[in-house]
Design a protein around this ligand. Structure first.
Ligand code: CA
Length: 367
């Protein structure tokens, strides 16, 4: 029903918003009830797991809608530069985006919590907070202030700590290093004396190669192998304390979202949720596969951050996250919900996931 009134509005009354949206597709398409949404992304074209997930979403939505709803995917820079995708969707230049919320912390620090914060939640915990712990309602409230409707799009799982040219044996070794790290993790690094910068994915390798940065994090073995960081830095540190369960987003322009008929809204909600589960599964599987390639084929040195360094970074992370919350009332509200969920989850995980992983790591023969 809503789509019919939208189309009638475009054809008969010429309502400004509807007419502007309608003008983006040819008249025969309108007559057939076909709508095309422009989706911008922050990923290079067909980038494994991220760019490909964006394109898979478009394919599934078109199939499920029997061709009535199409999504045209624009890789980073094709319609707008990657870090301008938020503004593009907010203003209506694009209809939707495929990205990560922490890139928008300049708009509100609260956005960090919807991707990952240092020493925060794992991907599974994050999904629990969003789907069942009140996170979605807070995200809706935050994003509505920017004329956006957000969805959880998936998780990369626990990320890696990053690629370093030199070894890191102490806090001292981090001081003065120029490291690519987005979100609040970057602020944590600055507090311990490193110089953190953020760069879109496609700009990281040249910066690392030229020496403009000394180290970088990106995602995990699957995505890091694709960018080839092993060619210029051999020390690959774990764990990714700064992004323990990096969760992605699909954003819709709120007016566009509201203009969709209820069946298409329900379909998009369901398919994005299905994609989220698939993306998490892909990352866990391909990270394990790619780690083998990095170590066995490319001679990458896997290294664990020293416990003392992790403990200090953990302490600083707690401070940074708490201070970010104090910046405005909305961020504080998000922080309070997030921390309450984290505290409960830690209690449960101790006797569930964490306890099982510890038990599974005991030195016994299995099979
Ligand atoms: Ca990352």
């Amino acid at each position: 029903m809503k789509r019919r009134s939208f189309l009638r509005g475009a054809a008969v009354t010429g309502v400004a918003g509807a007419a502007a949206a309608a003008s983006t597709f040819p008249t025969p398409a309108i007559a057939q009830g076909i709508r095309e949404l422009k989706m911008v992304t922050t990923w290079p074209k067909r980038f494994p797991g991220l760019g490909t997930a964006a394109e898979d979403l478009a394919v599934r939505v078109e199939a499920m809608s029997e061709g009535k709803l199409k999504i045209k995917v624009f890789a980073a820079g094709e319609l707008v530069p990657p870090f301008e995708s938020f503004d593009a969707v907010s203003s209506g230049t694009a209809d939707m985006s495929h990205s990560a919320a922490y890139y928008w912390q300049g708009k509100s620090k609260a956005f960090n919590f919807f991707t990952a914060v240092p020493f925060g939640l794992t991907g599974t915990e994050h999904a629990g907070w969003i789907y069942a712990g009140g996170g979605q309602e807070l995200w809706d409230e935050l994003a509505a202030g920017f004329n956006l409707k957000p969805f959880l799009r998936g998780s990369t799982g626990v990320q890696m700590g990053g690629w370093f040219r030199k070894e890191i044996n102490s806090l001292e070794d981090m001081k003065g290093l120029k490291i690519r790290m987005p979100g609040l993790g970057g602020e944590v690094l600055r507090r311990i004396g490193a110089a953190a910068v953020n760069l879109p994915g496609g700009e990281i390798f040249p910066a690392l190669q030229s020496g403009a940065i000394d180290a970088t994090e990106w995602v995990g073995p699957w995505n890091d192998l694709a960018f080839g960081f092993y060619k210029v830095a051999k020390n690959y540190y774990w764990p990714g304390f700064h992004e323990p369960g990096t969760s992605g987003e699909v954003l819709f322009n709120l007016d566009v979202w509201k203009s969709l008929p209820s069946d298409q809204q329900a379909m998009l909600d369901a398919v994005i949720q299905a994609q989220a589960w698939k993306e998490y599964a892909d990352f866990n599987t391909q990270n394990a596969n790619s780690l083998d390639v990095l170590v066995k084929k490319h001679g990458v040195q896997l290294k664990k951050f020293p416990d003392e360094l992790m403990a200090e970074i953990g302490r600083v992370s707690g401070q940074v996250v708490k201070e970010a919350a104090a910046e405005d009332a909305m961020t504080q509200k998000v922080y309070d919900s997030f921390i309450a969920y984290r505290t409960k989850s830690i209690g449960w995980a101790k006797i569930a996931d964490q306890a099982f992983w510890n038990a599974r790591s005991l030195p016994f023969k299995y099979g």
